[in-house]
Design a protein around this ligand. Structure first.
Ligand code: B3K
Ligand code: ZN
Length: 857
């Protein structure tokens, strides 16, 4: 497959001012007639042909200005149409089979309904079209089909007219806002809606609908409420008002990702719509709120201003992730949300940035764009924009985004346009900062401190590691929020912002008292790794009393990482090990009993660094030893702090579902169970079974079952069976049932996964189900990294079997095997062997080909 390069960008030679689409809908055969009004683009190199992208289409006819023509030719899947004058009407008829579309890109059938997914290049699977984000057009769409099968027909924009005769229904929709083809959407099926309204800041009333299958209607209130909150927040925080009279969200159960921001018609994975107390956890509720916000916010950051080409993807995704993070911080609490976002960044993006698939947030080349919807584009992209906001301050940053929205409204813009607008509007100099867009790799910052007189001299140095294709790196501006506290008198120093721009630089700050302790990268102000020599006592001090909640979390993590890495590497003497456990028990004990902490925050602080995070901190480690070290620590802490844990559990257990601080209490309860499971499995099984049995909500029930899943006990079998029977037929909850077993700490988890893959409810056709089993499995270090390589074999088999069905979803599993260079040699060879086996198989999709080739390079 050819490589597409950012530097080769050329504007499209034709302007497509209007697009008329006519759909004759059928699950097995849909006919599409598209009429395009085209004119030469004066800003592009002149061309005497028009390239229309296609993919798997059956072409029925081509007309130019009303006459059938046959002078077109095919170039691969694209249609090349000669055009002689400056303006034409082009009409193309195609036929597609939505039922056969297992890739879930373009128009496809899902549970008897029809729906679309067009980003990034799905529209070309519906009709021949310049399927690129810089070709904006005004769409008018007519749909026709069986009134019984498709009583509801939806498209972008507003409904203009409908009619029905002789069992056939039709509807015409018009979207006044010019848009790229990737934002096109169509839905037809038997759906009902939870309807609401929102009155915008200028007093316009907008109709809101959450469309679902009838039986799901009772679980849509939270989604509707989340949408209203998002609309209000975007007006207040970014000055963005909604711009149509209608906003539709449709929930679909077969979907490749979370959701899609099609203009006026968002299509969602049911996972990010449906919730009630009985079937959704607190985390599910938050995720729904966050994804609804994300897609809604795209209406401005993505739709009103879109991307010039797909290399600019982070323009809309990085910015929109930042917007949804800030929204969720306001809704759910700043500190806890920030900790969660940093945890995601470290779990998903840091490994990407240090592995074979590393790429800058604005990549330079790709073969398959679907492979670039990554944690780097999304989450690091958000961090990069967050740094601009930190340097400018929120008010100035808002002036920058106002200017951006003003300046580029209606355009297909670039990352450079965004940076310039922030520069001009916020009054920042971002010349050097632009390196964050072009360089991959997570910078490492080394901190050294020295007391000089009554001040602290802080020497900061940075290094950006080499990444594939980028051996030489330049220093980047790194904004570090920091404070200098005193351990001796407990005084906290004022917060400062140090922007490290050189390879090495010194900063000086006044002391708050003797024994200075530096609190650095507070709030995780920069997406970097910090390296420093810091004593356990200093970390314990920060964990107990830093005034920045993120820094408290970070200090505890650092304390645990230092200990666990040393234990797992085998270079801790027994005495050192005991001292490390002691320090951690003291620090954690303080957290468990600190009355000033709310439980939501306590729950975060109680979370030990994950095995994969520890893995990242070590040089070609053996994952089994990390597992052993971490479980061992949990057991020790569980024993040492048993009475504190139990007191905490009892207090939290007394909080009713809707009581004050109930969410935090639920989080803490399950955390306590995880420690108990390691230290006193019999007691843990009893407690967890009890929690399961009396649960009146999914958070408690799932938490309890998670703990039981990791134990070998009779309670496990009984509750797993109960859970399955209780929720049979509810796909999203059955997904949880698969996930809990695939992720479990149970020593036979790998055997369980094999059996589950043969379960009647397992299917490769549904991405949620595939991920529920295999993403969980790939994230279960103990099972996936089985020393004999069986886990790797299973994943490679899955990739090969799934690729012909759904390459986009299959490709998501490749990065797990791509870690081979970072693991101990025995496993490394087995992982690489599986990648090679995939590479040798014939007929690979572009998606898999690219990911595997890059992973082997
Ligand atoms: N923009 C979509 C992602 C499309 C992914 C296509 N492979 C959802 C989002 O980021 O909001
Ligand atoms: Zn997005």
């Amino acid at each position: 497959p050819p490589v597409i390069r950012r530097e080769d960008y050329k504007p499209y030679p034709w302007i497509v001012s209007e697009t008329h689409l006519d759909f004759d809908l059928g699950l097995d055969a849909t006919r599409v007639v598209s009429k395009l009004t085209v004119a030469r683009n004066a800003k592009a190199d002149p061309a005497d042909t028009m390239r229309l992208n296609g993919d798997g289409l059956e072409l029925l006819s081509v007309k130019v200005d009303g006459e059938v023509v046959n002078n077109w030719r095919m170039d691969g899947d694209d249609l090349i149409l000669p055009l002689s004058s400056d303006a034409h009407e082009v009409e193309i008829a195609t036929e597609i089979d939505p039922s056969a579309n297992t890739q879930l890109m373009g128009l496809y059938a899902s549970g008897g309904m029809l729906c679309t997914q067009c980003e990034a290049e799905g529209f070309r699977r519906i009709t021949f079209f310049p399927d690129r984000p810089d070709v904006l057009s005004v769409y008018t769409v007519k749909m026709r089909g069986s009134a019984e099968q498709f009583p509801v027909m939806l498209c972008n924009g507003n409904e203009v007219a409908t009619g029905e005769e002789e069992g056939e229904r039709w509807a015409e929709w018009h979207d006044p806002w010019p848009k790229p083809s990737y934002l096109f959407a169509l839905v037809a099926g038997d759906l009902v809606s939870n309807r609401g309204t929102f009155t915008t800041m200028n007093g316009r009333e907008v109709e809101l609908n959450i469309w679902v299958r009838e039986e799901d209607l009772p679980r849509t209130d939270h989604a509707l409420e989340s949408l209203r909150k998002s609309m209000k927040w975007d007006e207040e925080t970014f000055g963005r008002e909604y711009d149509l009279d209608l906003f539709n969200i449709v929930a679909v159960s077969d979907f490749n990702m979370g959701a899609m921001e099609n203009k006026g018609l968002n299509v969602f994975n049911t996972k990010y719509v449906l919730a009630d107390q009985e079937t959704a956890t607190d985390a599910d509720y938050d995720a729904i709120e966050g994804v609804i916000a994300h897609e809604y916010f795209h209406n401005w950051s993505g739709n009103r201003i879109t991307c010039r080409d797909w290399f600019q993807l982070s323009l809309k995704e990085g910015f929109t992730v930042l917007r949804d993070q800030l929204f969720s911080q306001d809704m759910q609490g700043e500190a806890v949300k920030r900790i969660e976002d940093v945890r995601i960044l470290r779990a998903a993006q840091f490994p990407e940035d240090s592995g074979p698939l590393a790429h800058p947030i604005r990549p330079d080349s790709y073969r398959e764009i679907s492979n670039f919807y990554t944690a780097t584009i999304y989450n690091k992209g958000a961090e990069v924009i967050r740094m601009m906001r930190t340097m400018a301050g929120p008010e100035k940053f808002r002036e920058g985004t106002d200017l951006y929205f003003d300046r580029h409204d209606g355009e297909a813009a670039t990352c450079e346009d965004f940076v310039s607008a922030i520069e001009d509007g916020a009054g920042l100099d971002l010349k050097q900062f632009r390196l964050w867009y072009s360089q991959a790799g997570t910078p490492r910052v080394t901190v050294a401190q020295e007391v000089v007189g009554d001040g602290l001299k802080l020497t900061l140095s940075q290094e950006v590691p080499a990444t594939p294709g980028q051996s030489e790196k330049k220093p980047v501006p790194i904004p570090l929020r920091l404070a200098v506290h005193s351990r001796a008198n407990g005084a906290t120093g004022p917060e400062q912002l140090a922007v490290l721009t050189e390879a090495e630089q010194t900063f000086e700050y006044p002391l708050a008292g003797p024994d200075p302790v530096v609190s650095i990268n507070r709030g995780f102000s920069a997406p970097v790794r910090i390296k420093r020599d810091v004593s356990q006592d200093d970390l314990a001090f920060l964990a107990a009393s830093d005034d920045d909640p993120f820094a408290r979390y970070e200090a505890l993590q650092e304390l645990a990482v230092g200990h666990l890495v040393a234990v797992a590497s085998g270079d801790r003497s027994d005495a050192d090990r005991a001292a490390g456990e002691d320090a951690l028990a003291k620090a954690l004990g303080a957290i468990l009993t600190d009355d000033a902490l709310d439980d939501a925050m306590r729950g975060e602080l109680m979370t030990l660094p994950s095995e994969s995070y520890l893995f990242e901190q070590m040089d070609r480690p053996d994952p089994a030893r990390i597992h052993e070290a971490r479980e061992g620590l949990k057991a020790t802490l569980g024993t040492t702090l048993a009475s504190e844990f139990h007191a905490l559990y009892d207090r939290c257990e007394a909080v009713p579902f809707d009581g004050e601080g109930a969410r935090g209490a639920r989080k803490v309860k399950t955390q306590v169970l995880t420690y108990a499971a390691a230290s006193d499995p019999a007691k843990a099984a009893e407690l967890a079974a009890h929690q399961y049995d009396k649960a009146d909500n999914m958070t408690d029930r799932q938490g309890a079952l998670m703990v039981l899943c990791g134990l070998e006990c009779p309670e496990r079998t009984a509750r797993l069976l109960d859970f399955y029977n209780r929720y049979k037929g509810n796909a999203l909850v059955i997904d949880k049932w698969f996930t809990l077993q695939a992720l479990s700490l149970h020593p036979q988890a790998i055997e369980h996964v094999k059996a589950l893959a043969k379960h009647d409810d397992f299917t490769l056709r549904n991405p949620n189900r595939v991920r529920s089993l295999y993403m969980a499995f790939a994230g279960n270090p103990q099972a996936f990294h089985a020393a004999d390589g069986e886990g790797y074999r299973m994943l490679a088999d899955l990739i090969l079997e799934l690729d012909p069905i759904n390459p986009q979803t299959a490709a998501r599993f490749v990065p797990s095997l791509g870690k081979w260079r970072k693991i101990e040699e025995g496993r490394a060879e087995k992982m690489r062997g599986e990648l090679e086996r995939i590479a040798k198989a014939g007929n690979l999709s572009r998606d898999i080909y690219e990911q595997v080739a890059r992973s082997l390079e």
